[in-house]
Ligand binder design. Structure first.
Ligand SMILES: Nc1ncnc2c1ncn2[C@@H]1O[C@H](COP(=O)(O)OP(=O)(O)OP(=O)(O)O)[C@@H](O)[C@H]1O
Ligand SMILES: [Mg+2]
Length: 316
């Protein structure tokens, strides 16, 4: 049996983002889109994000130096920045002759039915290894090649996104078998290569103990990302967005009362915040309103929520 599941590329934009982009391209001018891209690419070092980046940094520095295994779990609800930790880290890793270019950190995305074969195939593909298809058994047999590649390329961190499904034990026998294999492989990689493994998931880390206690004990660092409460940190986040954005004047969001309304509109979720601000910049640029105001935010809210939404618009 050949494995039919398409590899989910972690570096490719997510489906939802692609749809969003399509709509924006059909609605806004090229100039507006160009300005808004800058906001989309902007990363803010809020405390939770920084903690995760620092954890990766530390593992990156010491990977391969000690025998002790270095594992990190990053947990958080959708849209709180788990994948962003990988993207930001990958973008900022300085080049070095200790690892092949672009191979210092390697990322793959898990799927619901992540078998050990799927994981090996995804990783071989990430290394651009030419023979990355085959049956589960053929792929399993290539795990030695994978381990050699990790060593040869000098990879220091393996980032496995969307790892919940593989960390959660289910009751069916066959999937339990596969899941055990997946965690076995991760343990083998941790032990054999002395590199850091990062598992990002929406709360899968806690179940890991039941699935594979031996792997759980190797995952020594736990980072948690979450939605922002309405507090000082929230205002800090808005401040940072406004100060870092040079393409459009977001100064309006520094106002405390505006910050409160934005929190209501986004429930403190950074994905929702970024969507709202990006949409506002698009609308603002196209209506030649070059400083943000309540009216633009109100229009942006309607746009991101979709026509016919029922949530009250906090900016009305
Ligand atoms: N620190 C940050 N600064 C700026 N933007 C951020 C930050 N963290 C996340 N974002 C933005 O929020 C959005 C969602 O982030 P991301 O995709 O990393 O979340 P996630 O936790 O992986 O979500 P999911 O569980 O749905 O995959 C992205 O558009 C990203 O650019
Ligand atoms: Mg993600």
């Amino acid at each position: 049996m050949k494995l039919g599941d398409e590899i989910q590329d972690i570096d490719a934009p997510e489906l939802e983002e692609v749809e969003l982009k399509k709509r924006r391209i059909s609605v806004y001018s090229t100039g507006a889109l160009k300005t808004a891209v800058a906001i989309d690419r902007l990363y803010v070092n809020h405390p939770g994000f920084m903690e995760a980046i620092q954890a990766l940094d530390r593992v990156f520095q010491i990977a391969g130096e000690f025998e002790m295994q270095q594992g990190i779990t990053i947990e958080g609800p959708p849209g709180t920045g788990k994948t962003s930790v990988y993207r930001y880290f990958k973008r900022t890793v300085p080049a070095s002759n200790l690892f092949a270019e672009g191979m210092g950190i390697i990322g793959v995305r898990g799927i619901k039915r992540t078998t050990v074969g799927y994981l090996i195939r995804a990783l071989l593909k990430a290394y651009k290894y030419p023979f990355s298809s085959g049956t589960e058994a053929q792929l399993y047999a290539r795990r030695g090649i994978l381990i050699d590649l990790i060593r040869e390329k000098g990879t220091k961190i393996l980032f496995i996104d969307e790892s919940s499904a593989m960390l959660t034990k289910t009751s069916t026998r066959s999937s339990t078998q596969h899941e055990t294999d997946v965690t076995d492989l991760l343990r083998e990689i941790l032990d054999e290569c002395g590199i850091g493994v990062v598992l990002a998931s929406y709360g899968g880390g806690a179940s890991l103990k039941h699935t594979d206690n031996a792997l759980a004990s190797r995952m020594s660092v736990r980072c948690a990302l979450q939605e922002f409460s309405y507090d000082k940190q929230w205002h800090g986040l808005l401040h940072a967005f406004a100060s870092q954005c040079i393409e459009y004047d977001l100064g309006f969001i520094k106002d405390r009362s505006v910050g409160k309304l934005i929190h209501e509109a986004t429930q403190g979720n950074i994905r929702d915040l970024k969507r709202l601000l990006t949409e506002a910049v698009l609308i603002g640029t196209d209506t030649t309103q070059l400083t943000l105001n309540a009216e633009t935010l109100g229009k942006a809210f309607n746009e991101v929520k979709g026509r016919g939404h029922e949530s009250p618009n906090p900016f009305d």
